[in-house]
Design a protein around this ligand. Structure first.
Ligand SMILES: Nc1ncnc2c1ncn2[C@@H]1O[C@H](COP(=O)(O)OP(=O)(O)OP(=O)(O)O)[C@@H](O)[C@H]1O
Ligand SMILES: [Mg+2]
Length: 348
């Protein structure tokens, strides 16, 4: 095994300059970006508005050509059709056909990947259930609320059972229940060996989910590393215990003073607003309160867990052009990356 195996995204010196009508350089959106995302990682791309996150994503997807630099996605060039089959993408804006229903939308994307009708039906059932839209599956998506459209977009990005999932602001517009479910889904996909590139302004999402992060500003990466290493505060210690009476706290102060430590903060921990919100909504649901919106999503679709192939052993064969890795391959057997291209990138 070479040192470069298992790298799903590799960029070296990636640069994008947008030019004006007269071809004069106008905006340096991304400058000299180096990025490496390994298989199975959940990788966070952070940065303020206009720092170049979406431009980077669009180059990874082959939607924009880099001005300079090199990219390998799943060991291939981004515009390679073989790459696209294994990539799922949720854009920052939901581009959906207003008059198609949720089911028709997913069926349309399933057809683009040339999935057979039986596979489409099965996956769409699972995905609609997973994102909590099965009760409204026949309504045109143009009527959906922003968060409901986001849920359709997320289901669409998963229809091809991608190895690499690129999510641009997946929880934007989502209610906290939906956001929590998306986070759980992303974590689950990561555990199952899928690679996720997550672009978000929700820093709590990043803390909860990401193995590594890159923080961009002005088109450049200013910090990169493992989340736990970047966030750990080396100069303080937290001790959690049951609620302490004043006498015990004073004794602890005495112990610390004997060790020359004068500073002790004692406070009651607060629960997160997210956990309070989820509890209240759960209670309302349990009381049977009606809603015309999204339901609480179900569990992760079986095919994303790699269970589909086993279940469909008798199903009709997938056309050869799309068979490998799309319809039948469980996560573990996804096509290995072409290390040659990565090597050639790295060694330049
Ligand atoms: N098609 C374009 N033509 C000209 N400039 C563009 C184009 N797309 C993006 N830019 C510029 O490139 C810079 C980076 O934009 P980008 O959309 O990548 O930022 P972002 O980090 O995704 O921001 P946000 O958090 O707001 O989504 C911005 O200055 C933006 O105006
Ligand atoms: Mg963006």
């Amino acid at each position: 095994m070479t040192a470069t195996e298992g790298i799903d995204i590799k960029c070296v010196g990636l640069t994008k300059t947008f030019r004006d009508f007269w071809m004069r350089p106008r905006v340096k959106a991304v400058e000299g970006l180096d990025l490496e995302v390994r298989r199975g990682q959940v990788y966070g791309l952070l940065g303020p508005n206009g720092s170049g996150k979406s431009t980077t994503i669009k180059m990874l997807l082959g939607l924009l050509s880099p001005t300079k630099g090199r990219i390998a996605v799943l060991g291939r060039r981004p515009r390679d059709v073989a790459t696209k089959k294994h990539v799922g993408y949720l854009p920052e804006e939901s581009y959906l056909y207003r008059f198609l229903s949720a089911r028709e939308t997913l069926d349309y994307y399933g057809r683009l990947f040339r999935l057979p009708a039986s596979v489409r039906r099965e996956r769409i059932d699972m995905l609609l259930d997973m994102v909590g839209l099965e009760a409204v599956e026949h309504r045109p998506v143009g009527e959906f609320s922003k968060g409901m459209q986001r849920r359709v977009g997320l289901a669409q990005s998963l229809i091809n059972d991608p190895q690499l999932l690129i999510l641009d602001e997946p929880t934007s517009g989502m209610d906290p229940v939906g956001a929590r479910q998306i986070k759980d889904l992303i974590a689950d996909l990561g555990r199952r060996g899928k690679t996720v590139l997550l672009c978000t302004h929700q820093l709590s999402d990043v803390e909860d989910l990401c193995d590594r992060v890159a923080i961009m500003f002005g088109g450049r990466v200013h910090a990169e590393g493992r989340c736990d290493e970047l966030l750990v505060q080396e100069d303080s210690t937290t001790i959690r215990t049951d609620s302490l009476p004043d006498g015990v706290v004073n004794e602890i102060r005495g112990v610390l003073a004997r060790h020359g430590i004068g500073h002790l903060d004692v406070e009651r921990p607060r629960r997160r607003m997210e956990s309070l919100f989820l509890e209240i909504v759960e209670r309302a649901r349990a009381q049977g309160t009606e809603t015309s919106g999204a339901r609480s999503g179900g569990q992760v679709a079986d095919f994303l867990r790699g269970h589909e192939a086993a279940k469909r052993r008798d199903a009709p064969a997938v056309p050869a052009a799309v068979g490998a890795g799309v319809a039948d391959a469980p996560v573990e057997t996804a096509r290995p990356v072409d290390t040659g291209l990565i090597d050639s990138l790295i060694n330049r």
